[in-house]
Design a protein around this ligand. Structure first.
Ligand code: PRP
Length: 481
């Protein structure tokens, strides 16, 4: 049915009024989506924003689409209607058979046939998209396309206003994202807070990921776990997806009895989707993570001293000599550049280099530490000499979550070394978030807070000649696991 231009005008009037209201971003976009779909006699609408690296499309407003459809998985911007990135409209007649649709099976299940998408532009470059969905197979008229392009222009202004508001509100995350340069375009891409977090710990975790420049998407996919009579009876939606690392992370702030239920779902998810990599961070895992940076309830606890020695000075020395022998044998006559990240590595580096029987040079880097203040990780001291074409061994005192190592390895490989390996004295594998290959490991240690032999707690304890575990007083606020 062809609508009169008057009905598009009325819809546009409602939309511009909402855009100029005091509504928040999500409410405004949901309103725009609803009025756009209704004006075009369509079944659904979705407003998406490109993430700062222009790789993924993130939902900021929807109408008429099921949760299953909305959380069908991360939307890769280059695969998903790539013409949008070029600033062109895209029309799909049959979503269940079109190669450009990333999840045709969900479109089929949801009964979606035709899709019209138009770019949301800022200074001529795509920063997002508005999509209209129809159950029946249909064409879209010239008037409908023009209407949708006008709505997209309104969305662009809505995005800009929300960004301004977020930065005026002192949104640390938004500011951090603004500082991050886009590798593709000079046009600033949206720095909108992409999610309304269900829990403050999720926001803290997002900040920590932002600090280490680890890209994340919030709840992009729901996994069906149980079906009854052909219908989905149970689903599970992990909190975060880290696309570069292909890991889903579920944070839980629940008590132990509820964690048991969550563990059951995770086990089921792993059985049904063996290709999916998913990690659970419990409340105590998460508090330990924040405590490491001196934040959160544990970080504020009073340090009461060392509880017990984990590795004596003699044990450390024996292990360091074994590692040095292995490294010397593996590199043979090659020259090697040892790179350490200050400060924790100082004791280990000093001992290790003395036992290497090959020509080595040594260099150090330093990175800024997480302060929960919206900054992103920075290299505060870079290498003195070029490593291009050289064999490099990155030396660490401890690999915990792997976020520091991930960042440093990314930086070093960009300088084209001939080879790049990792040697760490301690491997706290139980807490690993990002799994990176470690070539030489001194000790795999339990999930306890360790200090000494270079490792600190709030700047102290580095001078202990052994590696010790901090007294449980540090973890006294913790709930039993
Ligand atoms: C330690 C260590 C690693 C990092 C590992 O440094 O030296 O660089 O933590 O942790 P991750 O795997 O969770 O990223 P820290 O931040 O304590 O600074 P420091 O070396 O100055 O003590």
């Amino acid at each position: 049915m062809v609508r009169s231009s008057g009905s598009y005008y009325s819809a546009l009037k409602r939309i511009t009024r909402a855009a100029n209201s005091a509504y928040g971003l999500r409410k405004t976009c949901n309103f725009i989506a609803k009025n756009s779909a209704r004006a075009m006699k369509a079944n659904g609408c979705r407003i998406l924003s490109l993430n700062p690296r222009r790789e993924y499309l993130i939902s900021v407003g929807t109408y008429g689409l099921s949760d299953l459809y909305l959380k069908k998985g991360p939307l890769d911007a280059r695969r998903s209607l790539p013409d949008i990135l070029e600033g062109k409209a895209v029309y799909i007649a049959d979503a269940t058979r079109d190669d450009r649709v990333q999840h045709p099976e969900v479109a089929l299940e949801q009964g979606i046939s035709s899709i019209l998408g138009v770019p949301i532009l800022r200074m001529g470059e795509a920063i997002g998209e508005i999509r209209i969905y129809a159950r029946e197979r249909r064409q879209f008229s010239e008037a409908e396309r023009n209407f949708l392009f006008s709505v997209a222009d309104v969305c662009s202004v809505v995005f800009e206003r929300a960004e301004l508001q977020q930065s005026l509100d002192g949104d640390r995350e938004a500011r951090a994202r603004q500082r991050r340069p886009s590798p593709v375009s000079a046009v600033p891409v949206p720095t909108l807070r992409p999610a309304t977090f269900a829990h403050p710990s999720e926001e803290d975790f997002a900040r920590l990921l932002d600090f280490y420049c680890i890209e994340w998407l919030y709840e992009p996919r729901s996994f069906a776990l149980r079906w009854e009579g052909g219908k989905i009876a149970e689903m599970f939606t992990p909190d975060f997806y880290l696309p570069e690392l292909d890991i889903y992370v579920e944070l839980t702030t629940l008590k132990q009895n509820l964690i048991t239920e969550k563990n059951r779902k995770l086990r089921q998810l792993r059985e049904l989707y063996p290709e999916v990599n998913v990690r659970l961070l419990t409340k105590s895992d998460f508090h330990k993570l924040l405590a490491k940076y001196g934040y959160g309830p544990l970080g504020e606890a009073k340090v009461e001293g060392v509880d017990r020695v984990l590795y004596s000075h003699a044990q450390i020395q024996r292990r360091v000599r074994t590692l040095a022998r292995r490294i010397s044998r593996d590199y043979g006559d090659e020259r090697l550049v040892l790179i350490g990240v200050l400060k924790g590595v100082l004791c280990f580096m000093a001992d290790l280099m003395q036992h290497l029987s090959l020509p080595v040079t040594v260099d150090f880097m330093a990175v800024s530490h997480y302060g929960g203040d919206g900054q992103v990780v920075r290299i505060t001291r870079d290498l003195d000499s070029s490593i291009a074409g050289k064999h490099v061994l990155m030396v660490e005192d401890i690999v915990d979550t792997g976020m520091t190592l991930n960042y440093i390895l990314g930086h070093l490989s960009a300088h084209n070394p001939a080879s790049l390996r990792v040697c760490t004295l301690l491997d706290k594998r139980a807490r690993r978030l990002l799994d990176l290959p470690l070539d030489y490991v001194g000790f795999e240690i339990p999930d306890e807070f360790v200090v000494g032999y270079g490792l600190d707690y709030k700047g102290e304890y580095r001078n202990l000649p052994f590696i010790g575990v901090l007294k449980p007083g540090l973890v006294k606020n913790e709930e039993p696991r």
